[in-house]
Design a protein around this ligand. Structure first.
Ligand code: FES
Length: 125
């Protein structure tokens, strides 16, 4: 299948998150690549979200969840490893959402993340 072929070579993984009480929920297992390795990030989508959320994993307990909306004029960002890039005018952001290159001059919107019972809760409030 095309999807598993793509995952197999390490490209990004899109997960359908569920929204519950303004938390976007994703199973932690979404980061598991095989028994001992983890994806650096996953992309989470939900029909109620206008933009996907990119979740970076730094450790078992440390994550950042970033809205993939460019803070310049609102284009949807693309992810390249540990940076996000805007296809519209080339702004770049780090894996913690900080602007690295303009024209954007505001960091990305980020959401608090908590881990509970093998689930990641991304607070959308
Ligand atoms: S909308 Fe992203 S750089 Fe302009």
């Amino acid at each position: 299948m095309l999807i598993s072929a793509l995952e197999g070579c390490g490209s990004s993984k899109m997960i359908a998150g569920t929204i519950d009480n303004s938390n976007l929920k994703v199973p932690l297992s979404s980061f598991q690549q095989d028994k001992s390795s983890f994806r650096k990030y996953i992309l989470v989508n939900n029909p109620d979200l206008k933009y996907p959320v990119c979740v970076y994993r730094f450790s078992d307990t440390e994550y950042t969840a970033l809205l993939m909306r460019c803070t310049h004029q609102g284009a949807e960002l693309q992810v390249f490893g540990d940076r996000l890039e805007c296809p519209a005018h080339g702004s770049q952001f780090s894996d913690t959402g900080k602007v690295q290159n303009g024209p954007a001059d505001t960091n990305l919107r980020s959401f608090p993340v908590t881990v509970n019972n093998d689930q990641l809760f991304i607070s959308l409030k």
